[in-house]
Design a protein around this ligand. Structure first.
Ligand code: GLY
Length: 409
């Protein structure tokens, strides 16, 4: 009998220990420290990469755009009004300032941001959001540069001027960079530009910007997605009737294929639209398109440049899509209510970051970038298996988001 009670006590004690362990395990699922990804070390790695790259980037009229395959240094291109990537480099510097609190990065960020104030009047395409928000938006929010407010508000006004109420979207392209430029063309990438409008509506700009952003997101949800929740790249609308005339691609493998970065823009975009509106239909949609994306991923969580390329063994990956999704998923993991979903998305984001920071994708010790192996536009014959400045931007944004999440835990 005595033996029975002793055994029972031991059993109860070990059950208690087990449940304690389980509790610890449950908490751990939402913390970076339980992954083979050392956040502080990765931040230091990124800072070291910037310390290596920045002294070489002295021409203020240009910005680093890519590092060619097997090269080590950034190729710079002019900060042109038509160049959608102009704002990412200053954006990276703002994030490094936020992560390190080292004033030298703030000084560098200001220097690289303030060179294109004139871009606030861009009305010739939709990319003004991509160009101004990472630079001036981050400067305002992370660098306390309140004087950037008017520049951002003017930028939002310029973007909103491209909204066509007959269609219910912002017109993406209208110069002759596209063969059917005379139609109202909207691309999935445009979802990212909406953040500028939401910000402006909350910060002294017209309330109409909010309505435009919501309507754009609704119209895109209705027309840009296939029944399997994957996205087309380009939609041509009739600018009077608003009818869809044509669906095709510019950067994907085929008109009806699933271009990876297009899926990434959607995930990031709808997550942000839910954050800004609190409207559950956008959250449900973000969940659906995310689940599809995760289902299509290869084992290492880094997509090929298009999910539908044949010969996956030889086709290039796109680390930039993975970086965009990692950042979006970290945010989505904080917005979904279901605990399993929170864990699933956090876990997927961490696996993306683990892969990106691994020797297979990291630029550390090989080039001046954080990451390698992105593909910008293989269908157009360029930026194939290279380092890309926007991959760097969304990667460091992921680190910044993760850091915030860790501090909040
Ligand atoms: N927004 C252009 C691209 O994703 O390549």
């Amino acid at each position: 009998m005595k033996l029975f009670f002793v055994s029972l006590l031991i059993c109860l004690a070990s059950c208690q220990n087990l449940s304690k362990k389980n509790n610890i395990k449950e908490e751990s699922k939402l913390s970076a420290k339980f992954y083979s990804f050392d956040l502080d070390k990765e931040i230091k790695n990124c800072e070291a990469q910037l310390n290596q790259a920045v002294p070489k980037l002295t021409d203020l009229t240009k910005h680093p755009r890519l590092i060619e395959t097997n090269e080590t240094e950034w190729k710079e291109i002019p900060n042109g009004r038509l160049v959608w990537t102009s704002g990412f480099y200053p954006g990276i510097l703002w994030y490094m300032y936020n992560l390190s609190k080292d004033e030298k990065w703030k000084k560098e960020a200001i220097k690289r941001t303030e060179v294109f104030e004139d871009f606030k009047t861009i009305t010739e395409h939709h990319d003004i959001g991509f160009m101004m928000f990472p630079a001036y938006g981050n400067g305002y929010m992370l660098g306390d540069k309140k004087e950037y407010k008017d520049i951002l508000l003017t930028s939002a006004q310029s973007l909103a001027s491209r909204y066509n109420p007959n269609v219910g979207t912002i017109r993406s392209w209208s110069n002759k960079m596209h063969p059917r430029w005379e139609q109202h063309i909207t691309i999935i990438d445009n979802m990212l530009n909406l953040e500028l409008l939401f910000w402006a509506a909350k910060n002294g700009g017209s309330k109409e910007y909010y309505d435009i952003a919501v309507k754009h997101a609704e119209t895109t949800m209705a027309n840009h997605y296939r029944p399997d929740y994957t996205s087309w790249h380009v939609i041509e609308y009739d600018s009077i009737s608003g009818k869809v005339l044509n669906r095709h691609t510019k950067q994907g493998y085929a008109d009806d294929s699933r271009w990876s970065r297009g899926q990434a823009w959607g995930i990031y975009g709808y997550t942000m639209v839910y954050r800004e509106t609190g409207d559950k239909k956008f959250l449900d949609f973000a969940v659906k398109i995310t689940d599809k994306y995760l289902e299509l991923l290869p084992e290492d969580y880094i997509p090929h440049w298009d999910f539908d390329v044949p010969n996956k063994e030889i086709e290039e990956r796109d680390a930039s899509a993975a970086a965009v999704v990692a950042s979006g998923l970290l945010e989505l993991s904080t917005l979904v209510e279901d605990k399993n979903k929170q864990e699933q998305y956090f876990d997927a984001a961490m696996r993306m970051l683990e892969s990106l920071s691994s020797d297979a994708y990291s630029g550390v010790g090989k080039a001046d970038s954080f990451l390698l192996h992105s593909t910008g536009a293989k269908s157009l014959g360029h930026e194939i298996d290279v380092a890309l400045i926007y991959a760097e931007y969304y990667y460091i944004e992921s680190l910044d988001r993760l850091k915030k999440m860790e501090l909040a835990n």
